[in-house]
Design a protein around this ligand. Structure first.
Ligand code: GCV
Length: 692
């Protein structure tokens, strides 16, 4: 039972290692001798507890209670929400525009007539909790406490985690053990692990979670029954303590499956009434319930299409049921024909989401959010950005990312995903001219939408270090940081994470930073040349299989033959997908001359001898990338080995084991892909390396 606690990976980035340097410890202790907290309820108590835990662990002392009469010259921390004390209000005085209804906070330090003070001030209790976590981070990363004037407002209202956990304890696309939420078709009794997870999430500013898989099966459908809700309520309480609202994925056919009705038609009055009654019951048990996450008419899940209705009909009916209680419907746009005939070259899966949802722009209620995957296909290591961003202008939207590494090495390969997410967030949609980034459409700021944000599929399970690969924790951390502030750089996020999770040692930081920052390019180079994607084994999606999906029904093809490779998605001669973007992006992709190399095969079918902007031919690029990628994978292991003396044995060996595995597996990728294309093209490697 105590095993996870002995594992340094269990604490994640909240390790709060005791500060060894006595001088530093003394300086920090001088600021933190006393504590004053005004207010008792909810997150504020959590904030106080977290603060005491963190200080005790790092400084070895607990602050004593401070009262007005306490003698001065001792540093005091004042923790509270707007209106609770003059010092707190002074800390929050910088903002006068709407920050009071956000989760923002401030940290202010200085000296007044009563001595040194450190104000940890939230506009809300949740904000106060974030201020505490931020403050503890300052200590973890050895920052100066004198003259602090930190002001933070989250850029995204919704900062959400999606669990793909099933009640039998399995996790769809989970690579780190079993579910921490469910066992034997029940919600777990012991919530310790769930609470520790909530801490990790709150520490990076996340404020929402859906706790069951979007593919809602038989048992999970019953979570919204009266009986199911008694258990869900316990989960909601755990998350509430950390300022996180709980959502459920629902089955659109629930009225039939658990309601005794004969239809789930969203325009049927009895169906709407049934959902209203469910909503009433849910909110009577969980007054701050977040709402429903819905995967409908997608990959065999039921939805409004069965009744000849559209997605707005479905989403709006649910939105009416939970709207009166402040609930939100998050409706996924991952809708496409998964029974495609591979012989049919006119249907293009990449076009599907846009084709389904653009005609409905403006028809969704204000408490509906469309959740859009970053790319038009499905979380490949390289895809263009979904054209729904910048396309939809009158609809709330949320950007969906995948932290769990389904197509990016399944937490056996190292792949720090933050650089990929940054590319997506920074991408210019040109919806309102230059400067219309995805970050601004998703947050709602570009089109002044009432709701918006970011959501991501979690990568955790009950492994003692949460994520299997210890370095995959950086992706969970990084998602939270980016959801709070998409302008942060991938490097800065990585540095913070390394210092908090491993150490402030400069060699550890420099080496690990390079490993993380290079890892996505390395993974891409030996698995998915030039934006082609999908060359994986079907179903489990691990390991190379160039033709694994080539003659399948899923709409994911590369069309390689003896002359060339790639999917023609141009308007002039292909599927016309490129026209779903605003100009100039549509023109950039349409033309072979301007299409970026890394997306070439996503947009064009070209001969193997086509010359890239890099000067290489496509075939030579494929060979080079795979040879070099496999070498670089091996180099990751060598770099990690240099840190052996500076990282605890358990974590070092656990990562090492995975890096060995990755280096071997990268060779398999290299050889499978190079051989395939050598046999198809008959063109030799210019450098005469071994191709089988
Ligand atoms: C939850 C991909 C995955 C599925 C996943 C689906 C989705 O197809 O392979 O496991 O289902 O995406 O996002 O709904």
């Amino acid at each position: 039972v105590n095993e996870p606690i002995r594992d340094k990976g269990y604490a994640g980035w909240l390790r709060y290692e005791s500060i060894e340097d006595e001088k530093v410890k003394q300086i920090y202790s001088n600021w933190c001798s006393m504590l004053s907290v005004t207010g008792q309820s909810g997150c504020l108590q959590t904030a106080k507890q977290e603060l005491i835990t963190g200080l005790q662990a790092m400084l070895g002392v607990q602050p004593s209670d401070w009262h007005d009469s306490t003698s001065n010259h001792l540093g005091r921390i004042v923790l509270g929400v707007a209106g609770s004390s003059p010092l707190i209000d002074q800390a929050l005085a910088w903002s006068n525009h709407g920050a009071s209804d956000s989760d923002g906070y401030a940290i202010l330090s200085g000296t007044d007539e009563q001595g040194r003070y450190l104000a940890l001030a939230g506009f809300t209790e949740r904000g106060a909790l974030y201020a505490v976590f931020h403050f503890l981070k300052l200590l973890q990363t050895r920052k100066e406490l004198e003259g602090l004037a930190i002001q933070e407002i989250p850029r995204n209202g919704l900062r959400m985690i999606n669990q793909w956990d099933n009640m039998d304890g399995s996790i769809e696309r989970g690579y780190a053990g079993k579910s921490i939420f469910y066992e034997n078709n029940r919600i777990v009794e012991d919530v310790t692990r769930v609470r520790d997870y909530a801490r990790l999430l709150a520490s990076v500013g996340m404020n929402a979670i859906s706790i069951n898989n979007v593919n809602v099966h038989q048992w999970e459908t019953k979570l919204i029954t009266n009986q199911g809700l008694t258990d869900v309520k316990r989960m909601a309480e755990v998350f509430r303590g950390y300022g996180i609202r709980l959502y459920l994925s629902i089955n659109f056919a629930s009225p039939i499956e658990i309601g005794g009705l004969t239809t789930a038609d969203p325009l049927d009055l009895d169906v709407a009434k049934w959902w209203r009654a469910r909503a009433e019951e849910i909110y009577s048990q969980i007054p701050d319930f977040g709402g429903f996450l819905v995967k409908a008419d997608s990959e065999f899940r039921p939805g409004p299409f069965t009744y000849g209705r559209n997605h707005a009909d479905g989403a709006n009916m649910l939105a009416e049921a939970i709207g009166p209680y402040g609930g939100t419907v998050i409706w996924r746009c991952f809708v496409y024909n998964c029974l495609q005939d591979w012989r049919d070259r006119s249907t293009d899966r990449a076009k599907a989401a846009y084709d389904h949802f653009m005609p409905l722009d403006g028809e969704f209620k204000d408490n509906v959010i469309l959740q859009i995957k970053n790319g038009p296909m499905d979380f490949q290591v390289r895809e263009p950005v979904s054209p729904l961003f910048g396309g939809l202008t009158r609809t709330n939207q949320v950007l969906e990312l995948q932290i769990t590494q389904e197509y990016t090495g399944q937490q056996r390969h190292l792949c720090y995903l933050v650089p990929q997410w940054k590319e997506v967030l920074d991408y210019d949609t040109y919806a309102l001219g230059e400067g219309s980034s995805v970050a601004s459409t998703a947050s709602g700021s570009l089109f002044k939408r009432p709701l918006g944000g970011m959501a991501a599929v979690s990568n955790i399970g009950n492994d003692s270090n949460w994520t299997g690969h210890d370095l995959a924790q950086a992706n969970l951390f990084g998602f939270g940081r980016l959801a709070w502030n998409p302008s942060l750089s991938a490097e800065d996020i990585a540095k913070e994470w390394i210092q908090m999770t491993f150490s402030c040692d400069s060699e550890v930081e420099a080496t690990l930073l390079r490993m993380l920052m290079d890892s996505r390019d390395i993974y891409e180079s030996y698995t998915a040349p030039l934006g082609v994607g999908w060359m994986v084994n079907p179903n489990h999606h691990y390991g190379p299989n160039v033709d694994g999906y080539e003659y399948a029904k899923w709409g994911t093809y590369h069309f390689a033959d003896c002359k060339g490779i790639g999917v023609d998605r141009t308007l002039s001669s292909g599927t016309g997908y490129s026209a779903q973007y605003h100009s100039p992006q549509s023109n950039v992709y349409e033309s072979l001359d301007s299409c970026p190399d890394e997306l070439l095969l996503f947009f064009h079918h070209v001969p193997y001898t086509h010359r890239l902007k890099s000067g290489k031919t496509v075939i030579q690029h494929i060979y080079d990338a795979h040879f070099e990628g496999a070498e670089q994978a091996e180099a990751l292991l060598n770099k990690w080995d240099l840190l052996a003396a500076k990282i605890d044995t358990l974590r070092h060996e656990r990562v090492r084991y995975r890096l060995v595995d990755q280096a071997e597996h990268a060779k398999e990728w290299r050889d499978a892909i190079n051989t395939y294309f050598y046999r198809k093209s008959g063109i030799k490697d210019e450098h005469h390396r071994m191709i089988y």
